[in-house]
Design a protein around this ligand. Sequence first.
Ligand SMILES: NC(=O)C1=CN([C@@H]2O[C@H](COP(=O)(O)OP(=O)(O)OC[C@H]3O[C@@H](n4cnc5c(N)ncnc54)[C@H](O)[C@@H]3O)[C@@H](O)[C@H]2O)C=CC1
Ligand SMILES: O=C(CO)COP(=O)(O)O
Length: 342
Amino acid sequence: MTVTKIAVLGAGSWGTTFAKVLADCAADTDAETVITLWARRAEVAESINDEHLNPAYTRDIRLPASIQATTELLEAVRDADMIVLAVPAQGLRPHLTQIKDELKPGVLVVSLIKGLERETGLRMSEVIAEELVIAEDQVVVVSGPNLAMEIARQEPTASVVACTNEDNAKKVVSYCNPSYFRPYTNTDVIGVEMGGVVKNVIALAVGMCDGQNLGDNSKASVITRGLAETTRLALKLGGRAETLAGLAGLGDLVATCASPLSRNRTAGRMLGQGKTVLEIQTEMKQVAEGMKSAKAVTQVARSNGVEMPICEAVVRVLEDRLVVKDMANLLLSRDLKAEVRP
Ligand SMILES: NC(=O)C1=CN([C@@H]2O[C@H](COP(=O)(O)OP(=O)(O)OC[C@H]3O[C@@H](n4cnc5c(N)ncnc54)[C@H](O)[C@@H]3O)[C@@H](O)[C@H]2O)C=CC1
Ligand SMILES: O=C(CO)COP(=O)(O)O
């Protein structure tokens, strides 16, 4: 039997949980799979190897003993058939630069990351293909309503595995389909990625509503109009409307904006309570991608002539050019128009 080697880079909440998804799937199917999880910090790798726990990120969840953690990046990716990327968006490119000479020909590279590169406005799949000099159809994106802790607890969850080559998406699906995780394939990589990126910014706005003690009408209005602006941008960039109405669009937006587990919603709530970006970054130990990607989202939108008033307002708050209590007024006083464009 051939052994499949999978490397997961990033032992935070989602990287660790996804490694568990892969390991549980391999156990369910009796597949010969070696899963190596790369952690930046030695104590994280040691805890995963010795105790099968990653308490800082997945609390008391017992990880499969088959997951081997390492702090050696090149050792993790050497001979890997599939490399899964779960580091924060702004830290991705330097890691790609380090691993690019170690890639096995034909390797599949899977992005779990929900952000845009700030300097270039590129989606993660674009950064990966560009930096690793691999074909677009070797890059696969996994996105959906996937709060890591719920999946770590094996609560039933669906997701989307997107690749321009459907066979490659199916291959990835075959590795990440344990009993509690149901991945659907999609060939609309742009729609899937943009759904995941923009929902983080909308979740910041919903968190701001919480921080201002606003109720469900306000939040539902932000979520729904947020989906409208996300869809406008995704369509303009070449995505499909059905994707944004699916798991990676509406599904992820609802999960993130509703869940107290969401780091983006939590960061938004703190902003709504008057905390500064610096205070929040110091207090939160985990990444809230929307805080880093919001500006790039609005820049990409502007350069494509797409209106994104909620995202624009979030950026103004992040840049200290708008106080949260004035945000509703700013959004509600815009010119009246039809809900659906004829
Ligand atoms: N946690 C979740 O529920 C989900 C997260 N995601 C996405 O997955 C990506 C990773 O997120 P999480 O695992 O949740 O983040 P996290 O904050 O839990 O962990 C990030 C990991 O990357 C490491 N890290 C931080 N800065 C780094 C840098 N500059 N270079 C290298 N490593 C660095 C940290 O030590 C940690 O191991 C993000 O893009 C996030 O939006 C997607 C779906 C679900
Ligand atoms: O992407 C996520 C759920 O699908 C996680 O959201 P947060 O990064 O806001 O926690």
